[in-house]
Design a protein around this ligand. Structure first.
Ligand SMILES: Cc1cc2nc3c(=O)[nH]c(=O)nc-3n(C[C@H](O)[C@H](O)[C@H](O)COP(=O)(O)O)c2cc1C
Length: 473
C-alpha cells in the first residue's frame, strides 16, 4: 500500500472505463480502473465486430490457458466483423455455479481487459465490480488476478466475503461466495463455488493479492467491513449521492422532490472523523472532480478522490462517440441535465440518467421497447416452490416476472439497462435485422462541469487533460 494514488478513475460500466481509459490514467501515475461489469458480453461483441485494432487477439495470445482461448476465439470471432443488421449471439446467462461456458468467458474477458490496461507501463490497474451482480464474481475475479490486477473495488452492496476470495486465488485455491436468494430457507444450498484447477491447463505460480477497496456510503458500513469481513480490507472509497451510476438509497423514509427524485439528508452524510479513526486510507467520490474539491478532500484526511463523470466523456472512454459529443455540447451550452431515477434500474438502487435525445431517458424511446430479458446480469435469485434456485428480473415481461413470484408493482418504470448500457458502449443488439437497442447514459450531477476540461477552442478532451487539471488547477 505504498504510493497510494491521489486520483482513482472510477470504474464505469458497462464498458465506459475500458482498458484504453484505465491504461491512459495508470500511465499518468494515477489509478486507472476498468469496469468488470458484463465483460464477457463486451468481449464477445468485440470479437463479433471483427476485433478492430487486433487488441483482443494480442491479449488472447498472452492468456495462460491456450485451449480455452482458442475455443472461445473460434466460436465468436468474425473476420471483418458481423453485418450491421446481424444480431449478436445470445450467450448463456449466469446461474449459481455456471454454466461452464459463461465462466470461461468471464475468466478470459477479465484477463483480457486487465492485461490490455496494464500493457506498456508498470503502474497498477484496478477493476471495479458491483456486489449486487453476484453470479459472475468468482470466475471474473480469478481472470482479473491472472492478469495481475492491482486493486479490486466493489460497490452496490456489502462485499463482506470478497477478501477471502482474493486470498484463496493467490495459490489458485477454490473459493466460495454466498448468493443472496430471495425466500431462501435454512438448509438451502446458496453458496457459489469456483475451483481454478477445473480450468487451469497446467501449473502456475502464485498470483498477486490485489488491494481491496469497498465503495461505501456510510461510516457504519466501513466499521462493519473492518470488523466482520472475512479477510483484509485495505481502505475505502466513500461515494456520495451526487456520483454517477447507481447510488445508495437515502436512509430513512423515502422522500421525493417535485421531479420525483429521492432526497438525501443529514443522515446520508458520512462522518469523516469516524473514517479517520479507522486508520485506513480513504478516497472521496461524488462531485470531487475539480482541483478545489481535491484540495478539500486532502484537507479532510483523504488519500485522494475517485472521479467518474469527468473521465466518462474523455476521448479514451468506451462511451459511444455520438453520445459523448452531444453531452459535451449540452454542457458547453449549460443545458446538460441528470435525473436521479429511483425506478429505472432493475437493481432497485437509484440510477442517475443523463437527459439525452434518442436514449431511453426519453419517454417515447423507453415505451417503444418491448420487454426482453436476454442478458440477465441484474436478475435476482429466488427460491422456487420446488426448493431450487431460479432467476427473475423486474424488467422482463411482466407476466413472466409475476409467474416467478415477483410483485407486479416492482415492474413499474423498470428498463432493461443491461441492453441499454451495451448500446451505450457501442455494441447495441439488433433485433430481427431492424430494431436497434437504444442506449442510456449515466453521469454524476457534475455533468455540467465537463466542458471545463475542454482545451481552448477544442471539442474533445483526454484523460491527461482531466488528471492535469485536477492536480495543477
Ligand atoms: C458513466 C458512469 C458509469 C459508472 N458506473 C459505475 C459502475 O459500474 N460501478 C461503480 O461502482 N461505480 C460506477 N460509477 C461511479 C464512479 O465509479 C465514481 O464513483 C463516480 O462517478 C464518482 O462521482 P462523479 O461522477 O461525481 O465523478 C459510474 C459513474 C459514471 C459517470
Amino acid at each position: 500500500m505504498s504510493n497510494l494514488p491521489v486520483i482513482i478513475q472510477g470504474g464505469m460500466g458497462v464498458g465506459v472505463s475500458n482498458w484504453r481509459l484505465a491504461q491512459a490514467v495508470s500511465r499518468l501515475g494515477q489509478l486507472g480502473v476498468v469496469s468488470g461489469t458484463a465483460l464477457d458480453q463486451i468481449m464477445v461483441r468485440r470479437l463479433q465486430d471483427g476485433d478492430i485494432g487486433g487488441h483482443m487477439r494480442r491479449a488472447f495470445d498472452q492468456f495462460p490457458f491456450r485451449r480455452m482461448a482458442e475455443r472461445i476465439w473460434e466460436k465468436y470471432f468474425i473476420p471483418g466483423g458481423k453485418a450491421e443488421s446481424q444480431s449478436y449471439p445470445t450467450i448463456p446467462m449466469h446461474t449459481k455455479d455456471g454454466p461452464p461456458e459463461t465462466r470461461e468467458l468471464c475468466i478470459l474477458s477479465n484477463f483480457v481487459e486487465v492485461f490490455l490496461a496494464r500493457e506498456g507501463h508498470s503502474n497498477p490497474v484496478g477493476i471495479n465490480y458491483l456486489e449486487k451482480i453476484q453470479t459472475p464474481h468468482l470466475a471474473s475475479i480469478y481472470g482479473a488476478m491472472l492478469a495481475g490486477v492491482g486493486y479490486v473495488l466493489m460497490g452496490a452492496g456489502i462485499p463482506m466475503r470478497i477478501p477471502a476470495v482474493l486470498d484463496h486465488y493467490v495459490q489458485h485455491e477454490p473459493a466460495s461466495y454466498p448468493l443472496y436468494v430471495a425466500g431462501a430457507k435454512e438448509g438451502d444450498d446458496t453458496t457459489m463455488s469456483f475451483d481454478p484447477r477445473e480450468h487451469m491447463e497446467g501449473e502456475a505460480g502464485p498470483l498477486q493479492r490485489p488491494v481491496f477497496l469497498p465503495i461505501i456510503a456510510s461510516n457504519t458500513l466501513a466499521l462493519t467491513m473492518v470488523k466482520k469481513a472475512n479477510g483484509r480490507v485495505d481502505g475505502f472509497v466513500i461515494e456520495g449521492p451526487t456520483a454517477g451510476g447507481h447510488n445508495a438509497p437515502p436512509r430513512g423514509k423515502l422522500q421525493l422532490n417535485e421531479a420525483g427524485e429521492p432526497q438525501y439528508g443529514e443522515r446520508d452524510v458520512v462522518d469523516l472523523a469516524k473514517m479517520r479513526e479507522l486508520g485506513l486510507p480513504f478516497w472521496l467520490a461524488g462531485s470531487y472532480g475539480s482541483p478545489e474539491r481535491l484540495k478539500e478532500a486532502l484537507a479532510e484526511g483523504a488519500a485522494g478522490i475517485q472521479v467518474g463523470t469527468a473521465f466518462a466523456f474523455t476521448e479514451e472512454s468506451g462511451l459511444r462517440e455520438d453520445y459523448k459529443r452531444t453531452v459535451l455540447e449540452q454542457a458547453k451550452e449549460g443545458k446538460a441535465r441528470v435525473f436521479t431515477d429511483r425506478l429505472v434500474s432493475p437493481s432497485g438502487f437509484p440510477f442517475k440518467v443523463a437527459q439525452v435525445k434518442g436514449t431511453i431517458s426519453e419517454a417515447e424511446v423507453f415505451q417503444a421497447r418491448p420487454r426482453i430479458c436476454d442478458l440477465g446480469y441484474l436478475r435476482e435469485a429466488y427460491r422456487t416452490p420446488e426448493g431450487t434456485v431460479d432467476f427473475r428480473c423486474p424488467s422482463e415481461p411482466v407476466t413472466v416476472y409475476v409467474a416467478k413470484g415477483g410483485k407486479v408493482e416492482e415492474t413499474e418504470g423498470r428498463a432493461c439497462i443491461c441492453n441499454a448500457l451495451m448500446a451505450t458502449a457501442g455494441h447495441p443488439q439488433v433485433r430481427n435485422a431492424k430494431r436497434v437497442e437504444s442506449g442510456i447514459i449515466t453521469s454524476g450531477d457534475a455533468i455540467g462541469e465537463v466542458a471545463e476540461f475542454l482545451p481552448e477552442g477544442g471539442s474533445s478532451y483526454t484523460a491527461a487533460d482531466v488528471v492535469g487539471r485536477l492536480l495543477n488547477g
